[in-house]
Design a protein around this ligand. Structure first.
Ligand code: SAM
Ligand code: SF4
Length: 335
């Protein structure tokens, strides 16, 4: 149980003990589902949170019950002062984790260990170098795969995130699951979500039923073992009998996990987002720089959080571009 104060409790009774902080709007990859073709307008440097500000904000959230912080982005490891930020946050009573594309993880292995960051989620959407290049617009498959193996060998708790897209990588589902045969990793298949400029289309979704179908066709129905749900789970987890690792399905679009949502997000320019799908943002950085207290603003933002996907209660609303086009690209939110 966590000790979340009323400030981080919303009107639906959900307590928010999990803060995701985006450290950068920049990235060394250009994934098509995340980064619009022409990039995004970057915030002027002066509008981004400094390491001091990140630490100060984290302290306010921790004082109100946050006990888990994930560093994300853009790519969090492109930030030059990443290790300094990690060191500062490691002094707080929180479980630290990161989501990264793994291209730079080899530089940070020692600091991850020194500052107690053990949970590493890595994005990898294809096991085929050519497809990796197509989706990321960069020829970096070898480095990413090498670094993921290094993280596993070094004993980190690794999850691989693969965004599934129809007619692109759904034929790799079985290959991804085979990675869990001899390695204790968790592969998570993520539904492609709509954001500004990412050419989302509901026909590109791969449903949970289709994933399970492919799995059972290949491994057999008896081999598929559902696992118990974690607290505040976002993935339905399974494993193949006898395999060391497991796999999960994150269906944020067709079957969201809003009831048990405990997440809040801070963008690199210091704005609080109460929901990934919401285009409302609360500018904490501006208030902080004016010397204002943050608690009332945070309280208000949480009280405005809708029960389900920023108020888009049914699938048809979600497929209406007018309702999600004002929501920034994932790269600017911090996934
Ligand atoms: N650069 C890091 C990475 O790629 O892991 C961290 C940031 S990235 C925005 C965080 C996560 O968001 C990744 O796992 C990525 O696959 C996911 N993501 C980005 N755009 C998405 C979309 N449109 N639908 C589903 N997941 C998305
Ligand atoms: Fe970069 Fe991650 Fe977005 Fe890919 S998903 S463009 S690696 S931030």
């Amino acid at each position: 149980m966590n000790n979340v104060t009323s400030i981080l409790t919303d009107t639906h009774g959900r307590t928010h003990n999990y803060l995701r902080i985006s450290l950068s709007e920049k990235c060394n990859l250009r994934c098509t589902y995340c980064m619009p073709h022409d990039g995004i307008p970057l915030s002027p440097r002066a509008n981004l949170m400094t390491a001091d500000e990140i630490e100060a904000f984290a302290k306010v959230f921790v004082a109100n019950g946050v006990d888990k912080i994930r560093l994300t982005g853009g790519e969090p490891l492109v930030r030059k002062d990443f290790s300094d930020i990690l060191r500062r946050l490691s002094n707080l009573p929180v479980r630290l984790s990161i989501t990264t594309n793994a291209l730079l993880t080899h530089r940070y292995i020692e600091n991850f260990k020194r500052y107690g960051l053990n949970d590493i989620n890595v994005s990898l959407d294809s096991l085929d170098a050519e497809k990796f290049k197509l989706i990321t617009r960069r020829d970096q498959y070898k480095k990413a795969f090498e670094n993921i193996n290094q993280l596993v060998t070094e004993g980190f708790h690794v999850k691989i995130n693969a965004v599934l897209m129809k007619d692109f990588n759904e034929d790799e589902i079985v290959d991804f699951i085979k990675l869990t045969k001899n390695q204790d990793i968790n592969v998570r298949f993520i539904e492609f979500m709509p954001f500004d400029g990412n050419e989302w289309n509901k026909n590109k979704l791969v449903s949970e039923a289709e994933i399970i179908n492919r799995v059972t066709n290949y491994f057999g129905i008896e081999a598929l073992k559902p696992l118990a749900n974690e607290q505040n789970f976002t993935a339905r987890n399974f494993k193949i009998e006898g395999f060391k690792g497991s796999f999960g399905i994150i269906s944020s679009v067709t079957n969201p996990f809003c009831d048990s949502c405990n997440r809040i997000r801070l963008t690199a320019d210091g704005k609080l987002k109460n929901c990934l799908f919401s285009n409302e943002e609360t500018n904490l950085l501006k208030a902080f720089r004016k010397g204002e207290k943050l608690e009332d603003l945070i309280d208000l933002a949480l009280n405005n959080k809708k029960a389900v996907r920023a108020g888009m209660t049914d699938f048809n609303q979600l497929t209406n571009p007018d309702l999600h086009n004002n929501n920034r690209s994932m790269i600017a939110i911090g996934g």
